[in-house]
Design a protein around this ligand. Structure first.
Ligand code: PLP
Length: 439
């Protein structure tokens, strides 16, 4: 079956209407974008934040509320693409940052907060015996891959189509992007244990590492099946390659990351996003015999690796705020939210579904989804319409339809979001098509 005849022109009409309303409601953002384009290609410096007709410019945030420069208020469900776990104004994080600033920035020295943050991370993550800090998740992955290649004296890396490991480690459903660093990658399909095991076996003498997100984050919040992840653990151990879990997004799934929830221990783990309370951050860690490469054999530089603000904020964020109980509670809240959203959509019988786990979810316009895919033109338009409708209703989410809950988000706002999504599906039922629609 397909969506109702004439969906194409009807979808176009509704999209034009939604875009026009967006433009009319955001004159200041539009003007800022025009200015920004004169000095930055596309008017921005972070591609994910750009969308048509122009991106909303935010002015400020408090708790889980955002205000744009046009004066609109939003419930923040974007959660800074998972880095905003603590919201925008947690007093304990602010105090830690202010205290660190008062002690002087850029001391060019090791310090207490750095050591304490490292201890917290090693105590929480089963796979991490030793850890080092970076400025971003991208750098953490570059360092982990390099460590694996030096440790194994091998070259190749298995990555998965649709995986994202940073600005220069990006894999579309078709393969590496033009900006991906030229490591000798071999690729396999996500959630296909047999294919992955076969590729690992074929490359058994040259394979240094397998890098995988235990749930694809930007690839659509697609959880890795337990059989798939276990197969990777088994096959890498058999051929002597290292298994790297990229937990930059998924580390929020429990106190000790998604690896703790799954009961799978990788050789190396990479972290980032929320862990320094919203300051820039990355970390890579794992087996002591691999990490001890950095005891003299391999250099690891970075002016801001242990910057005072990130270290101080991280110590409070992990040590005092995102405790085991807080992590469990957030996970359960997210599970309940997704069940409510999907319950609403199922009742309407439309081909729309929220994939994900815990506090992370992404809207898809096909059901079911267990592998990354290239969206059709129709799905792209539906996604845009969904984003514009949610913005109009006062909910800010990632343009690709991803939501990341923050600790301060109010239950009443989540209930209103479920109603807004239900309203969207009801209004556009004929465009979404029935649940058995093949996109
Ligand atoms: N790995 C994953 C799974 C991510 O989702 C991201 C960012 O979204 C990164 C790595 C890169 O982190 P950063 O943006 O801090 O470089």
């Amino acid at each position: 079956m397909s969506a109702a005849p004439g969906w194409n022109s009807e979808l176009e009409c509704r999209l034009i209407e939604a875009r026009n309303s967006f433009i009319a409601r955001h004159p200041q953002s539009c003007e800022l974008h025009d200015q920004a384009r004169t000095v930055m290609p596309s008017g921005n410096t972070r591609s994910v934040l750009y969308y048509q007709p122009f991106p909303i410019a935010m002015d400020r945030g408090e708790g889980s509320t955002l205000w744009d420069i046009d004066g609109h208020e939003f419930v923040d469900l974007c959660g800074e693409y998972t880095a905003g776990l603590f919201g925008h104004s947690d007093l304990r994080i602010r105090a830690a940052v202010q205290e660190a600033m008062a002690r002087g920035m850029n001391l060019a020295a090791v310090g207490r907060a750095e050591c304490e943050l490292a201890k917290l991370i090693c105590a929480r993550f089963p796979s991490i015996e030793l850890v080092r800090f970076t400025n971003s998740g991208t750098e953490a992955n570059l360092m982990a891959l390099t460590a694996a290649r030096v440790h194994t004296c091998r070259d190749k890396i298995l990555a998965f189509r649709g995986g994202y490991h940073g600005g220069v480690l990006l894999f579309t459903p078709h393969g590496p992007s033009a900006v991906t660093v030229p490591f000798p990658f071999v690729l396999a399909d996500y959630n296909d244990p047999d294919a992955a095991a076969a590729v690992i076996e074929q490359n058994r003498h040259g394979l240094a590492a397998v890098i995988v997100e235990p749930m694809l984050g930007s690839g659509g919040c697609i959880p890795g099946k337990i059989g798939f992840l276990k197969a990777l653990r088994k096959a890498t151990s058999e051929v002597g390659a290292l298994l790297i879990f990229d937990e930059v997004m998924t580390s929020r799934m429990s106190e000790g990351g998604l690896q703790t929830r799954l009961g799978i221990v990788p050789d190396l783990t990479t972290l980032g996003k929320y862990m320094a309370g919203g300051m820039s951050f990355g970390a890579f860690g794992g087996r002591a015999d691999v990490m001890s490469l950095f005891e003299g054999r391999l250099p690891h530089a970075g002016t801001f690796n242990n910057n005072a603000l990130s270290m101080a904020a991280g110590r409070v964020a992990l040590g005092e705020i995102f405790t085991q109980d807080a992590a469990e509670e957030l996970y359960e809240r997210g599970e309940r939210l997704r069940a409510s959203l999907n319950g609403r959509l199922m009742k309407l019988g439309v081909a729309m579904h929220f994939n994900g786990m815990g506090s992370l979810a992404t809207a898809h316009f096909r059901v079911p989804v267990c592998r990354p895919y290239m969206p059709t033109a129709r799905e792209d338009r539906l996604r845009e319409l969904f984003f514009l409708d949610m913005v109009q209703a006062g909910f800010y989410l990632a343009r690709r339809g991803m939501i990341a809950l923050s600790l301060p988000v109010r239950q009443s706002d989540l209930d209103r979001f479920v109603d807004a999504v239900g309203g969207f599906a009801d209004t556009h039922q004929c465009l979404l098509g029935p649940v058995d629609t093949v996109a």
